[in-house]
Design a binder for this molecule. Structure first.
Ligand SMILES: Nc1ncnc2c1ncn2[C@@H]1O[C@H](COP(=O)(O)OP(=O)(O)OP(=O)(O)O)[C@@H](O)[C@H]1O
Ligand SMILES: [Mg+2]
Length: 360
């Protein structure tokens, strides 16, 4: 039995369905992420798990018990929000002690729990500081310590790093991974940032317009997106769409307008109707024209532009038929900043099994 089970949860605001029949099973000890664009229903779902809001239909179960009749404070769950929501007039000690006071924890026991929670977030010795004497990252760690101090079964985190700058966010991501491993508490984490989700999570539920489109481990989501939405949302992707021409063994051919027939490895995909191939930019090989390549898919084109990104360069290649394809080349091995110039004639190629047949 899963620790936290969400069964057909739906939440409507007037005619608008913010969360639409979502079912998820989250295991004990998991770092589970709800990922999706702004407005897709992540916070609404998290608020229902926390008990700040109730589903119009469906159920939320913890250890098999329906939480419907339990107010937020009676659920063994704690939430960390994007804004730190610390009490500004209280010290770190006072902030972290607050939930223990509410629970009337004896002083000696409370003191030990506070020290433990501060150690979990690496803030031992910061007890007498006030929030305004802390950095953004430290404040968010205090908020996490305050949530951890009562040893909840599940910690809910709603974009907890969104207010931090890129460098600090990366540091905090690493700390969150370690912290979750150390304390062993189940994390349900909300973000709209796919790189953050890929880096942190054991499993990710990708949400779109109130629905879950796919639940998978990060590498599965990235390598085998089930729907066009997931393919486009998780990292950059060339999505090549067109009518399916047919199947030969485990290869399906799709007629992509402005490009040509594209072959893709597909064990179970449909043999007619419309199909799509997702090809990651790093899977597209670029070579000067005329260089031999035995790959199944070969198209000639012209470099239309490129973005140097330090370790890699992203090229936009305009195929002779007109379709634009993105290709990514690593610079590290060569020491070169770029291999091609705008206007260079090149050949793009990739094997049939480098692409992924997307159905939805
Ligand atoms: N109390 C409410 N009344 C009416 N509509 C609401 C209410 N709460 C949320 N919504 C709507 O439900 C949808 C989902 O909102 P939600 O806050 O869950 O999105 P989100 O995925 O968390 O987005 P973001 O990434 O921007 O935080 C939005 O269109 C929002 O406007
Ligand atoms: Mg939100």
């Amino acid at each position: 039995m899963a620790l936290l089970e969400i069964a057909h949860a739906t939440r409507r605001f007037g005619d608008f369905v913010a969360v639409d029949g979502v079912s998820l099973a989250i295991e004990a000890g998991e770092f589970f992420t709800l990922l999706g664009p702004s407005g897709c229903g992540k916070t609404t779902l998290l608020r229902m798990i926390a008990g700040f809001d109730l589903p119009d239909a469906g159920r939320i179960l913890l250890n098999g018990e329906d939480l419907a009749d339990r107010p937020p404070e009676a659920r063994p769950l704690r939430t960390v929000f994007q804004s730190y929501a610390l009490f500004p007039h209280m010290t770190v000690q006072g902030n972290v002690a607050f939930p223990l006071k509410m629970a009337k924890t004896p002083a000696a026991e409370a003191a030990a729990k506070i020290e433990e929670a501060l150690a979990d977030v690496r803030l031992t010795g910061f007890n007498s500081r006030f929030p305004h004497e802390l950095s953004g990252g430290q404040r968010q760690r205090v908020a996490i310590a305050r949530a951890l101090v009562t040893h909840p079964t599940v910690l809910l985190l709603d974009e907890p790093l969104a207010a931090l700058d890129a460098k600090l966010r990366e540091e905090m991501q690493i700390e969150l991974i370690n912290m979750q491993k150390e304390v062993g508490i189940t994390f349900v984490y909300v973000t709209h940032d796919q790189t953050e989700a890929l880096a942190l999570s054991h499993r990710i539920a990708v949400m779109n317009r109130g629905k879950v489109e796919q639940v998978d481990a990060p590498d599965r989501l990235y390598g085998y997106p089930k729907t066009r939405f997931v393919a486009g949302f998780i990292g950059t992707c060339n999505l090549l769409v067109g009518p399916v021409l047919g199947r030969s063994g485990e290869t399906v051919t799709i007629a992509v307008p402005d490009l040509g027939p594209v072959q893709v490895h597909s064990v179970a995909g449909a043999e007619h109707g419309e199909g799509a191939v997702a090809v990651r930019p790093e899977k597209v090989r670029l070579a000067a024209q005329g260089t031999a390549s035995a790959h199944d898919n070969r198209f000639s084109g012209t470099i239309a532009g490129f973005l140097y990104q330090g370790d890699v360069t992203v090229y936009r290649v305009k195929a002779d038929q007109g379709h634009e394809i993105e290709a990514l080349l690593a610079n590290s091995s060569s020491g070169l900043a770029k291999f091609f110039e705008v206007g260079d004639r090149v050949e793009m190629s990739w094997p049939a099994d480098a692409g992924h047949h997307v159905e939805g």
